[in-house]
Ligand binder design. Structure first.
Ligand SMILES: Nc1ncnc2c1ncn2[C@@H]1O[C@H](COP(=O)(O)OP(=O)(O)O)[C@@H](O)[C@H]1O
Ligand SMILES: [Mg+2]
Length: 270
C-alpha cells in the first residue's frame, strides 16, 4: 500500500468509502489547437472491468497517457487509491499499481518471451540494474523470476517462455504484451486496443485470457477496444468518449444504443 502524507488522509478515506480506485475529475489536455481530452470525469472501482469505447481520435489513448504519467494534463485531477497523482513520474505510478499495455505493440524479435518480461520487471522495479542487463552482467533475482513465471503461467505462456518473439504470431505477441504488464501485479490495468490486428478467433482467445487474469488477480481493468464483442465478453460496464469527452456510460448495450454514441460512430469512416 502506498504511503500518503498525513494531510491526504481525508481524501483516502473518502476514496475508500466510495470504493473508487481511480477518480478522474475535470481532466483536460490540449495538443496545439486540438482538445484531445476536454473535461473528463470518470471513476473506476477496485476489481471492475470497464470498456472504454469511442471512435478514433476520441481521446482514449491520451486519457491513458495522462493516467500513466506519459502525458501531463493541462488541468484536472487524477486520484489513485486516495493518492493524487499530480506530477508523479511514470515509474512511481507503476509502483503504486497502475499498469498498461500499448496500442502499437513494441517487442524485440530476438528476445525470448521470458526475457521480455524480465526486462520489463527490472525497468519497473528500478533496481538500477538495467544498464548491467544491457551488458549481460546481471543475473535475474529469484523474486524477479518468480513474478515472471507467475505472469507467464497466468496467461498460459509457460511452454513458450524460451521461444524468441520473432517465432510467434501476432495473437501470441499480444498475450506477451499483456503478460509484460502483469509482472508488476497492477491493481489497475489500462489495456489499449489489445485485440488490434487479431482475427475473430484470436480476439476471443485474448478476451478469455483477460477474463481469467481479471478473475484470478482481482484487478481493475480499463479496456479500450473497438471489438464490441470483446467488450461485451469482459467488461462489467462501458464508458463512451467522443471529441475528448465522456458522452455516455452504463451497460454496453445501453451505451451503444444512445443517440450521441451512434452519431459519434456514424460520423467517422469506420
Ligand atoms: N502527441 C500528440 N500530438 C498532437 N496531437 C495528438 C497527440 N496525441 C493525440 N493527439 C490528437 O488528440 C486527439 C485524440 O487522440 P487519441 O487520444 O489518440 O484518440 P483515440 O485513442 O481515442 O483514438 C486526436 O485528434 C489526435 O490527433
Ligand atoms: Mg488510441
Amino acid at each position: 500500500m502506498a504511503e500518503a502524507p498525513a494531510d491526504l488522509d481525508m481524501d483516502r478515506t473518502a476514496s475508500r468509502s466510495s470504493e473508487a480506485l481511480l477518480t478522474v475529475r475535470g481532466l483536460r489536455k490540449t495538443f496545439g489547437g486540438v482538445e484531445a481530452v476536454a473535461g473528463v470525469d470518470m471513476s473506476i472501482r477496485a476489481g471492475e472491468t470497464v470498456g472504454l469505447v469511442g471512435p478514433n481520435g476520441a481521446g482514449k489513448t491520451t486519457l491513458f497517457n495522462c493516467i500513466c504519467g506519459q502525458v501531463r494534463p493541462g488541468s484536472g485531477t487524477i486520484v489513485f487509491d486516495g493518492v493524487p497523482l499530480d506530477r508523479m513520474p511514470v515509474y512511481r505510478r507503476a509502483r503504486l499499481g497502475i499498469g498498461r499495455t500499448y496500442q502499437r505493440i513494441e517487442l524485440f524479435p530476438e528476445l525470448s518471451v521470458r526475457d521480455h518480461l524480465l526486462v520489463a520487471e527490472r525497468a519497473r522495479s528500478g533496481h538500477g540494474r538495467l544498464w548491467k542487463d544491457l551488458l549481460n552482467r546481471a543475473r535475474p533475482q529469484p523474486d524477479e523470476l518468480s513474478r515472471v513465471e507467475a505472469a507467464l503461467q497466468l496467461v498460459g505462456l509457460s511452454d513458450l517462455a524460451d521461444t524468441s518473439v520473432a517465432a510467434l504470431g501476432l495473437g501470441t505477441c499480444r498475450v506477451v504484451e499483456l503478460a509484460r504488464a502483469l509482472v508488476a501485479e497492477p491493481r489497475l490495468l489500462l489495456a489499449d486496443e489489445p485485440s488490434s490486428g487479431l482475427d475473430v478467433h484470436e480476439t476471443r482467445q485474448l478476451a478469455d485470457i483477460l477474463r481469467t487474469v481479471q478473475r484470478r488477480r482481482g484487478m481493475a481493468v480499463l479496456l479500450v477496444e473497438h471489438d464490441l464483442a470483446m467488450v461485451e465478453r469482459v467488461a462489467d460496464r462501458a464508458i463512451a468518449m467522443d471529441l475528448g469527452q465522456v458522452i455516455a456510460e452504463g451497460p454496453l448495450k445501453t451505451v451503444m444504443a444512445e443517440g450521441r454514441v451512434r452519431h459519434a460512430y456514424l460520423g467517422t469512416d469506420r
